[in-house]
Design a binder for this molecule. Structure first.
Ligand SMILES: O=P(O)(O)OC[C@H]1O[C@](O)(COP(=O)(O)O)[C@@H](O)[C@@H]1O
Ligand SMILES: [Mg+2]
Ligand SMILES: [Mg+2]
Length: 341
């Protein structure tokens, strides 16, 4: 079976449309950077001290050696493409690459960087917007022209949307090309799997506690079915799993200092993932509004994030909107509660 390459697929989509061709150029450049990052990760310690902490963001998050190398590789790959503005999770401000360019690109060069030295899956997330001046990266997620991520696992994958479904490509190492593996990824609407860092349980608000409590109660609780937990601590790996077999991912705001709006960044992480989810018939919310409708106020703004199978995302949003929707409030379930504060 001959599979289309990423390049074939993008050429078929862009045809003679100038802006689409620019998007295709940017995506191919990002794929090229991804190939280099995947080679570094495959070599691990043989490629140097990739997990060594080299600095800190203003909000206290550490920057590892590979965070910085990946940022350089991505920025270099975009030079010479039609990208005007490059914003990176690793830099305070966006940089102008080419004032004549048509695109603005926001990148999380390495997502899941706490996993670098554990030989677990990490990735590179990107969001492509039309360039409209210095504040281009503050457009709402609905304005995205394309979004996706590279995943560095047993397979190196590229998950992409240009607004026509969500595609999955796998790197063919022999040719160096990304080959189409799934033309229309679809997130199952229902699931019995959820992903959350449960060590933060005591800091969650009542809606999140109630949701997780319902799942943990399994067949004996109000959901009347058993759930399974999955948490990779690499959002990209959780996104990929949800695309192939459903599930829901939660990184809510919590009561820890600096975590009122959760951990994930709207521009670099939540918007591209929300676009991929919606294009795969999943959904993404901050607990109240669809992520793609939010208007970013600053480049590094964090946002509570819940995405995945539609029925679960909708349930969690309902718990936030309407306390009465939480089964925990029912006197019957209250007697069985596992996690009561
Ligand atoms: O360590 P925690 O709090 O469980 O957070 C893990 C989450 O943080 C992230 O690693 C954030 O991304 P970065 O590695 O780019 O900072 C997500 O990929 C992951 O789901
Ligand atoms: Mg990240
Ligand atoms: Mg990162």
């Amino acid at each position: 079976m001959t599979r289309p390459t990423l390049q074939d697929h993008l050429e078929g989509w862009s045809q003679a449309d100038a802006l689409r061709r620019d998007v295709a150029d940017a995506v191919l450049a990002l794929a090229g950077a991804g190939l280099k990052i995947s080679e570094l990760l495959a070599a691990g310690p043989l490629a140097g001290p990739l997990a060594t902490v080299r600095g800190y963001h203003a909000d206290g998050d550490s920057q590892k050696e590979l965070d910085l190398i990946a940022d350089d590789l991505v920025r270099e790959s975009l030079a010479g493409t039609p990208v005007a503005l490059y914003g990176s999770e690793e830099a305070d401000a966006a940089v102008l690459l080419d004032a004549a360019g048509t695109l603005a690109v926001a990148v999380d060069p390495l997502d899941g960087s706490s996993n670098i030295d554990s030989n677990a899956t990490v990735g590179t997330i990107f969001s492509i917007l039309p360039y409209a001046g210095a504040d281009s990266l503050l457009q709402p997620g609905r304005a995205q022209l394309a979004a996706g991520f590279l995943l560095y696992g047993p397979q190196t994958a590229l998950v992409l949307t240009v607004g026509v479904g969500t595609q999955i490509y796998i790197l063919d190492r022999a040719s160096g090309a990304f080959l189409l593996a799934e033309e229309r990824a679809l997130v199952l609407p229902e699931t019995a799997e959820y992903a959350i860092n449960a060590s933060n349980l005591r800091h969650w608000d009542i809606a999140i506690r109630c949701y997780v409590e319902d799942c943990l109660a399994g067949v004996d609780g109000p959901r009347e079915k058993d759930f399974n937990t999955r948490w990779v601590a690499s959002m990209v790996a959780d996104v990929f799993r949800i695309l192939v077999r459903g599930g829901v991912y939660l990184y809510p705001g919590d009561a820890r200092r600096g975590y009122g709006q959760g951990r994930l960044r709207l521009v670099y992480e939540a918007n591209p993932v929300a676009f991929l989810m919606e294009q795969a018939q999943g959904s993404a919310t901050d607990g109240r509004l669809p992520i793609l409708d939010l208007i970013p106020l600053s480049l590094h703004q964090r946002v509570p994030l819940v995405f995945g199978s539609r029925a679960e995302v909708e349930r969690i949003a309902r718990y936030h909107r309407d306390a009465a929707a939480m089964p925990e409030r029912s006197p019957l379930f209250a007697r069985r509660g596992l996690l009561r504060a």
